[in-house]
Write a protein of this length. Structure first.
Ligand code: FAD
Ligand code: TPP
Ligand code: MG
Lengths: 174, 559
């Protein structure tokens, strides 16, 4: 669910932050979080939610572009949500984070196919699907790695693209 | 036991004695269970008023007020009242009926997504899906509404869940994992704050709504007297400190007292207690408090640094934080002399502005009316207001003497709030007079609550400052739009004394201060609601005025 919300003007004081939150696993929680971001004019670059190590809690990873002051508000306002049990800003240097992208490209002639396959292997990507007209690749990595791959293959013509948004965990023992 | 009965038992367990509401198809089982409950139901004529009544009740009882509405339009009618409570951190539990579970999402008759609609203006929303969940839901609802920074909670109960008969248990203890309000502050922050305060030459206390919500009146008085600081309040904090106290200076802000706006600019250390630095109270965030140290006591960590960066943040309940600070100061402090230049400056400013601000040359002006009201009304009387000039004049000219006896819709500024909220306050405290200082436009919006006041024997007094105008808007059109009036004339329609009569209340029109005096005395003795219709000059402006987007230093004192 990448880019669900983005403010057009980006200030130079803005940085991208990765937040990790444990939230109640029940209906309406994602709505409350995204509604908060909208109502308070916070930016969301990406948001992912899925099961966590706890049976009844989900882990939400949010990437946001903001300045320090807004980040402080964002963390506090998120923390105020009753369904948010814990929220942390991850220190990027000590965080592992990944995104997955599925990219379907035009690949009608054998040269394009060969080239895309080559590029995909350089990026440790996987060919997931192939037919007469297209080729679908899975790339996993940091968002910038995915951006780079996307740029490289854009000349072939991207037919469809789906990105998951970032998932992240702090490194080492907690 | 049915879900609806479980709801009643749960409300009784919370000590609920009043609910304000109006029934419909989707909450009929709740009303059926109400017949046998030990709870008094107040039937309103519009659900918005039910929410305002619950809010007024809450502000006086300092416990959650409860309102009921049916699904769809009943529930959406509550929303303005819920949003009003949210903006002013007032505890409330709103219970709405919903279409049966299997009908949800089918665009059923009178189905609205009230959970979605209410989300941005509630502390939390619940939709129990089994009758057995109701007791826990209600208990959590009250806990969330009343604790920490209070606020409204909505419980939306599908009709089949209300009707479902189950073996239902009532929990004694609940835990809300993601919700742990901080009550006791961190001691070290108190130490730092005390150092700043003791080092300051010109310290000032800015007391806000949090002091009233916490009921920390005596702590505030002790602290102010210990520090010998002048005390200004926000408008929401009006009446958190006796306004006839020798340290009191009244509210600051857009329509603050001139001396209060002036002195806070001269201070070198501000102790903000339960105030959220709203634009209406501080003007420009970037200018306010520049070069001064700011200490901020608040229970909500998200308020720290939201509008204003501060030097010391004391997160916790202000009652407990002030107690701790008082203890520490008692140990550390050398008492200041009351004969110091800073307190002399206080008197000087008050004298100066009392001299220089002249009233209008008329027998009946808003100011004279409010001074008269103060004279005649006992200090324990509860006073609320509508919204607009009437409200700001109250802030300027009506001194609240007994702490906690004043409230108003301040954050949202909801016209039509005061009258039903006054009825709610009367329900909460039936042995004191309750007054709504009203404008004609606002009163018109919820005058149908006269029926409730009369039939339920909850008499209140409406002091109607009648300028035949949406006066506050007219003042802005006069000031900023070159008198190009549009949409502000109400033309003395309807006749409010007759309206009162029509509902079986007492309507009195007055033409002089003497008649007003008599009318208030008669209202205080009356056992029905009294509307006192007082004509004032439609061109009377509220001053002082700090124009939006400007700072307190740009205050315009008079025309
Ligand atoms: C027409 C109009 C004109 C207005 N003009 C002015 C004006 O001139 N001046 C002015 O000041 N306002 C004015 N207002 C009101 C203004 O809009 C705000 O509502 C008000 O300033 C907020 O005051 P507050 O911060 O004290 O209170 P609140 O909004 O009630 O905030 C209370 C703060 O205290 C905290 N708190 C709550 N409970 C506790 C507790 N137990 N312990 C510790 N902290 C707690 C909360 O977290 C919050 O931060 C006006 C409103 C209207 C409608
Ligand atoms: C529900 C609602 N609608 C509109 C406004 C905007 N508004 C603020 S003050 C005001 C005029 C209020 O008129 P009245 O009650 O007669 O009070 P006055 O200012 O004349 O004393 C209006 C329309 C509001 N605050 N609330
Ligand atoms: Mg008016």
């Amino acid at each position: 669910m990448s880019q669900i919300d983005s403010t057009p003007e980006r200030k130079s004081s803005d940085n991208v932050y990765i937040l990790s939150a444990l939230v109640e696993d029940k209906p309406g929680v994602l709505f409350r979080v995204t509604n908060l971001f909208r109502a308070r004019n916070f930016n969301i670059e990406s948001i992912t939610v899925g099961y966590s190590e706890f049976a009844d809690l989900s882990r939400m990873t949010i990437t946001t572009r903001s300045d320090d002051r807004t980040l402080d508000q964002l963390v506090k306002q998120l923390g105020k949500l009753i369904d948010v049990v814990e929220v942390r800003v991850l220190d990027r240097a000590n965080t592992v984070y990944r995104e997955l992208a599925l990219i379907k490209m035009n690949a009608q002639d054998p040269t394009s196919r060969a080239e895309i396959t080559n590029l995909a292997s350089v990026f440790r990507g996987k060919i997931l699907d192939i037919d007469k007209f297209t080729l679908t690749v899975e790339i996993t990595g940091t968002p910038s790695k995915i951006d780079a791959f996307r740029n490289l293959v854009s000349d072939f013509g991207i037919v469809q693209l789906a990105r998951t948004g970032v998932s992240a965990l702090p490194r080492g023992a907690v | 036991m049915k879900g609806a009965e479980a709801l009643m038992r749960s409300l009784e367990k919370e000590g609920v004695d009043f609910v304000f509401g109006l029934p419909g198809g989707a909450n009929l089982p709740i009303y059926d269970a109400l017949v046998d409950a030990k709870i008094r139901h107040i039937l309103v004529r519009h659900e918005q008023s039910a929410a305002h009544m619950a809010d007024g009740y809450a502000r006086i009882k300092r416990k959650a007020g409860v309102c009921f509405a049916t699904s769809g339009p009943g529930a959406t009618n509550l929303i303005t009242g819920i949003a009003t409570a949210y903006a002013d951190s007032s505890p409330m539990v709103a219970v709405t009926g919903q279409v049966p579970l299997e009908m949800i999402g089918k665009d059923a008759f009178q189905e609205t997504d009230i959970i979605g609609i209410a989300n941005p203006c509630t502390k939390y929303t619940f939709q129990p899906r089994k009758a057995t969940e109701i007791p826990e839901t209600v208990k959590k609802g009250f806990y969330i509404a009343e604790s920490g920074r209070p606020g409204p909670v909505l419980i939306d109960i599908p009709k089949d869940v209300q009707q479902d008969s189950q073996d239902i248990e009532f929990p004694d203890l609940i835990k809300v994992r993601g919700y742990n309000p901080t009550i006791e502050c961190d001691l070290s922050t108190i130490g730092k704050a005390a150092e700043l305060l003791l080092a300051a030459q010109r310290p000032i206390i800015m007391s806000g709504g949090g002091v009233i919500l916490s009921g920390a009146f005596s702590e505030l008085e002790v602290l102010a007297e210990l520090l010998l600081t002048p005390v200004v309040t926000t408008f929401k904090g009006k009446g958190s400190f006796p306004e006839n106290h020798p340290l009191a200076m009244g509210p600051i802000g857009m329509h603050g007292h001139a001396e209060a706006n002036k002195i806070i600019l001269e201070a070198d250390c501000i102790l903000a207690i339960g105030a959220r630095f709203s634009d209406r109270s501080v003007g420009r965030f970037d200018e306010f408090g520049k070069g001064m140290s700011i200490i901020h006591m608040d229970i909500d960590p998200a308020e720290i640094g939201k509008n204003k960066s501060v030097d010391v943040a004391i997160v916790g309940d202000v009652k407990s934080s002030m107690k701790t600070m008082i203890k520490l100061l008692n140990k550390k402090m050398v008492k200041r002399s009351a004969e110091n230049p800073w307190l002399r400056r206080r008197t000087e400013l008050i004298d100066y502005y009392t001299e220089s601000i002249k009233d209008y040359p008329r027998d009946l002006t808003a100011r004279k009316v409010l001074k008269k009201l103060r004279q005649v009304l006992p200090s324990k009387a509860i006073v609320t207001t509508e919204v607009g000039q009437c409200q700001m004049w109250t802030s300027l000219h009506f001194d609240v003497i007994s702490p906690g006896t004043f409230f108003s819709s301040t954050g949202l500024g909801t016209m039509g709030f005061g009258f039903p909220a006054a009825i709610g306050a009367k329900a909460a405290k039936q042995n004191v007079p309750v007054v709504d200082i009203a404008g004609d436009g606002s009163f018109n919006m919820s005058e149908n609550s006269l029926a409730v006041s009369v039939l339920e024997n909850l008499p209140v007094i409406v002091i109607l400052l009648n300028n035949y105008m949406l006066g506050m808007v007219a003042q802005w059109q006069r000031t900023f739009y070159n008198r190009r009036y549009e949409g502000v004339h109400l033309h003395n329609c309807p006749d409010y004394a007759k309206i009162a009569d029509a509902y079986g209340a007492q309507g009195i029109k007055v033409q002089s201060l003497l008649e007003l005096d008599n009318a208030i005395r008669s209202a205080l003795k009356s056992n029905v609601a009294t509307v006192i219709d007082i004509p004032i000059d439609p061109e009377e402006d509220v001053y002082p005025f700090v124009a939006p987007g400007t700072g307190l230093k740009d205050m315009i004192v008079g025309s």
